[in-house]
Design a protein around this ligand. Structure first.
Ligand code: SF4
Length: 360
């Protein structure tokens, strides 16, 4: 199979492999898409799937729904909150039966006239249920677009809103709206999360401008001026006779007793490669040299953003016993057993990156 060349192709092929199995994705029935989208407006996915199944048992189609009483609707909605959503569903169902022959329209313009359906939901129904070339934009998609395209407007302003919708429309590949819009939503939920996006697993990473310019934390532009301190670190994976060197941090250290690959904070004017060599010497008395760059991961903490430059290194010496200066224990382990050890988040990201790339 040929490799994806555009961001759209990369995203679609990622979605084909990684999409979650959700009940309304099995048949793409307009009625089911509509109900799921309304439920998802203020509620977590896990809860929605439970309520959705229950709802479909109670009201399997539009006609049954339109004939129900408000009390029946509210009872079935009980626990989901924001009950105006349920009331609007009933009103809309009655309108659809009396004025649209029990069909849900496929045009955004008509959908927007129905109670409880705003621009996002109209776009979602038209694109997901009918595969019409209509974009969708919600807070998740704004976040992805702000990062991917490095948009420096504050979300919520009229200017930003207009721009996000325009960009979402420009990016939409003709005839693929159903999967493309869902892929964006899925990416926002699973990978490009508000905090700690997993860029090493992201299909958009090669094209992502915020990643490229190291601006992820500033995109979307934060509404309050919270001060974040950037920290640059470097780490090395030392492989010797097919085994990886890991060491266990001191108990009273930050991330006490977790396992790690040696490394540390870069000094002023130091290159990450130089940091790795210096840190190995200081922490283990190993003399190493850098073989190749693996990746750079970024991890966000409340007040810090840690950029971790990762390398493969090799030993310049024959003795493979370290002298520990910053750790309480060490191991030489096969790659497959790394999951048995607890690592800090940045190193876990590195391990999953290597696993995906099958580089070790
Ligand atoms: S590379 Fe990172 S920031 Fe950019 S879209 Fe992907 S997850 Fe989001």
């Amino acid at each position: 199979m040929s490799q994806p060349t555009t961001p759209q192709e990369a995203l679609l092929s990622w979605f084909a492999e990684n999409q979650r199995d959700l009940p309304w994705r099995r048949h793409y029935k307009p009625y089911q898409i509509w109900i799921s989208e309304i439920m998802l407006q203020q509620t977590q996915m896990d809860r929605v799937t439970i309520f959705f199944e229950r709802w479909m048992q109670e009201f399997p189609d539009l006609k049954t729904l339109a004939a129900a009483s408000e009390q029946q609707i509210l009872k079935c909605w009980e626990g989901l909150g924001y009950y105006s959503r349920a009331r609007n569903i009933l009103k809309t169902a009655q309108i659809l039966v009396s004025e649209y022959q029990g069909e849900i329209p496929d045009k955004r313009k008509l959908l927007l006239t129905l109670p409880g359906i705003g621009p996002y939901t109209a776009g979602a129904i038209a694109s997901i249920a009918y595969n019409r070339d209509v974009p969708v934009v919600d807070a998740n998609i704004e976040r992805i677009l702000a990062r991917f395209l490095n948009i420096d407007l504050i979300p919520g302003s009229p200017e930003a809103k207009k721009l996000f919708w325009t960009r979402a429309e420009e990016l939409l590949p003709a005839g693929q709206a159903r999967n493309f819009n869902q892929a964006l939503m899925e990416l926002g939920a699973l990978i490009c999360r508000p905090k700690n996006p997993d860029c090493s697993a992201c299909p958009l990473a090669p094209h992502c401008l915020a990643l490229h310019h190291d601006l992820i934390l500033e995109r979307p532009v934060p509404k309050t001026g919270k001060k974040i301190t950037p920290i640059d670190m470097a780490t090395g994976i030392l492989i010797h006779q097919g085994l990886l060197y890991i060491q266990q941090r001191l108990a009273d250290d930050v991330w006490g007793s977790l396992w790690e690959f040696p490394g540390g904070r870069m000094k002023k004017n130091e290159l990450p490669e130089e940091t790795v060599v210096r840190e190995f010497l200081e922490e283990t008395e190993f003399e190493v040299q850098v073989e190749s760059k693996i990746t750079t991961t970024i991890h966000h903490y409340t007040r810090y953003r840690v950029t971790l430059h990762c390398f493969f290194v090799k030993l310049n010496q024959t003795d493979s016993d370290p002298v520990l200066h910053a750790a309480q224990d060490f191991r030489w382990v096969p790659f497959e057993t790394l999951q048995e050890y607890a690592f800090p988040a940045g190193h876990r990201k590195l391990i999953s990156f290597l696993k995906k790339r099958k580089e070790v």
